[in-house]
Design a protein around this ligand. Sequence first.
Ligand code: SF4
Length: 413
Amino acid sequence: MTSPTSSSETPVRARAEGDGAAESTRPQIRPAAEGWEQARTVEGRPLLQFASPRVKQPPTHLADLSLAERAAKLKELGLPAFRAKQLSTHYFQHWTTDPQAMSDLPKAGREELVAQMFPPLLTEVRRLRTDNGDTIKFLWRLFDGALVESVLMRYPGRITLCVSSQAGCGMNCPFCATGQAGLTRNMSTAEIVDQVVAANRAIAAGELGPQEHDGERVTNIVFMGMGEPLANYKRVMGALRRFVDPSPEGLGMSARNITVSTVGLVPAIRKLADEDLPVTFALSLHAPDDELRDELIPVNNRWKVDEALDAAYDYYRKTGRRVSIEYALIKDMNDHPWRADLLAKKLNQRGRGWVHVNPIPLNPTPGSIWTASDKPVAQEFIARLRAAGVPCTLRDTRGKEIDGACGQLAAAD
Ligand code: SF4
């Protein structure tokens, strides 16, 4: 990490869009990558990578397929279709791919069948736990050596897993370690699903403390790990289907307990709204003005704040699901009172009761421009939103002590 340079700290007289007089002489820190160079286009804009490089794909796994596709595949292998249900039960209900545990399958050919349907996708490289064990960060190696993470967190009444959807990321956000190396590749549906099954296995083995009771499993999933989920639309959609498909075809989870978070890929948000899958939708906004957001979230150069908010609002109208706006409060960068007012204004212009703002406190990181807002500043930001009638909840930053906090600013420090 390098220290912020004087060129990135410009005292400005900021003016709230449209409402005239709100002025501030607070400093305005400009977003800048620290200790690495953001890849740029010939015009000097941060490079955005939407398409995954054409690289070798992981082998097909049972979780890539619907129940009908599994039955078809087994038929190709000369096996009866009902084996599809048996194999699905082992994987989606008992979290096992161990042929020894599948005594309902004929012994002859069992190992070969299991190898065919459950090729190993995730190899555990490292596991970090918080002191009381209520948060575990897994580091996984994929079949081609790419590394991804997932973070498992126990809260009162729920267990949440933060999953990755891409190896690397093409969105090039200046604060993000994941984006530094660009997009390695899209993860497959089964690679996404297998993170949840592996977490369920760890829970069943009693590894997530403090222990509560038997029969626990992941109840909530958030797509806030590595990658931009809507840039890997098809495979993420496949994973969402597996999550909500009734057991044993899938995990039988509730769509409302699954949160898809995006930096604002507008056409994909609109597509998601048309799927019959009322997942919770979160927009990582982090700035209400295009001037700042163009630099903070480079995809804003493609789809502006108002376009992203319109798409988010339409998501609410189509699905009836209240939208979350993620807003990491970064000292002197996006935490100015006029920005709280502008955010409230833009949200209220579209309607009431459709949205909830989650301000995310960053870790204090001395010497970095990516550091936590001062407490009174954060409090004022929230108070202004609330005063304007916008519901607001300061998010839990569990996992930060093991550097596994989710949210789009996870890798800032
Ligand atoms: S913050 Fe999210 S969208 Fe941006 S580069 Fe990192 S992983 Fe990608």
